[in-house]
Design a protein around this ligand. Structure first.
Ligand code: PGA
Length: 260
């Protein structure tokens, strides 16, 4: 893979919760990116969808793309409150974060549901960003391998060899997410180990060739200070950034650090 394909996925979650806060973020972001050259890294902004238009209209810049924090498994019909891949894609939203642990935990999303969402997103040409990772208890019981392999196996079950390149896989240990007050960051070796595990799964299921084009990124308390260790040193293709993405200068710094 060319280094050029690094990704910084900005998951705003519900951290910025009103139009005024989004406008403030936009104002600072526009200053932060002034004069900055980012040529080989994409920043994918994933705001709450209600604010998407506002953010899009001010960011028609080459290195910025857009994503959603979820998308449904059907494209149309009687599904109150759902947003479908076809709606998103028609609004130039090309990425969708799927299987985030916060949705698994608070909304009871299962691997089966996530698999259907991935299939629907790929079906309209979107790139799903699939989150996998163990929680604190599973980590304690040394279950990382079982948990991640089982999530990959179930969530990617409908994805064929011809489509797997569309999927971005995010290794995000649940215990390392900033909102879960981690006592430490995963080490470079731990992240590298998870990357190898995911790579091996992909190679066995889809073959060496196509697997080398699937991006694997890291998520969990990423900031401009730890970016080298969690991304560059561990050989990751990018990062998923939650809390730090609400600070525009941090977000730009993170992207600059992995841009080469
Ligand atoms: P964090 O969130 O960077 O605040 O840990 C990452 C995520 O959960 O997407």
């Amino acid at each position: 893979m060319k280094k050029s394909d690094r990704l910084v996925v900005a998951n705003f979650k519900m951290y910025l919760s009103c139009a005024a806060e989004i406008d403030r973020w936009l104002e600072i972001f526009s200053k932060a990116k002034k004069g900055i050259r980012i040529s080989n890294t994409k920043i994918i902004l994933c705001p709450p969808l209600l604010f998407l238009d506002r953010i899009m209209s001010k960011n028609k810049n080459g290195f910025i793309e857009f994503g959603s924090q979820d998308s449904f498994w059907e494209n149309r019909g009687a599904h109150t409150g759902a947003i479908s891949p076809i709606m998103l894609h028609s609004c130039q939203v090309n990425y969708s974060i799927l299987g985030h642990s916060e949705r698994r935990i608070s909304l009871g999303e299962t691997d089966g549901m996530i698999a259907r969402k991935i299939q629907a997103a790929i079906g309209v040409g979107m790139c799903p960003i699939l989150c996998v990772g163990e929680n604190a208890d599973q980590k304690k019981r040394d279950m990382l391998m079982d948990v991640v392999l089982s999530q990959l196996d179930k969530c990617l079950s409908p994805v064929s060899k011809g489509k797997i390149e569309k999927v971005v896989i995010c290794y995000e240990p649940v215990w390392a997410i900033s909102a879960n007050s981690p006592s430490r960051m995963p080490t470079t070796n731990e992240i590298m180990g998870a990357r190898l595990l995911i790579k091996k799964f992909l190679v066995e299921k889809y073959g060496q060739n196509v697997s080398s084009r699937v991006k694997i990124i890291y998520g969990g308390s990423v900031d401009s200070k730890n970016i080298t260790s969690v991304c560059l040193d561990s050989g990751m293709d990018g990062v998923l950034v939650g809390k730090a993405s609400t600070m525009p200068y941090e977000l730009i710094k993170i992207a600059q650090s992995i841009d080469d």
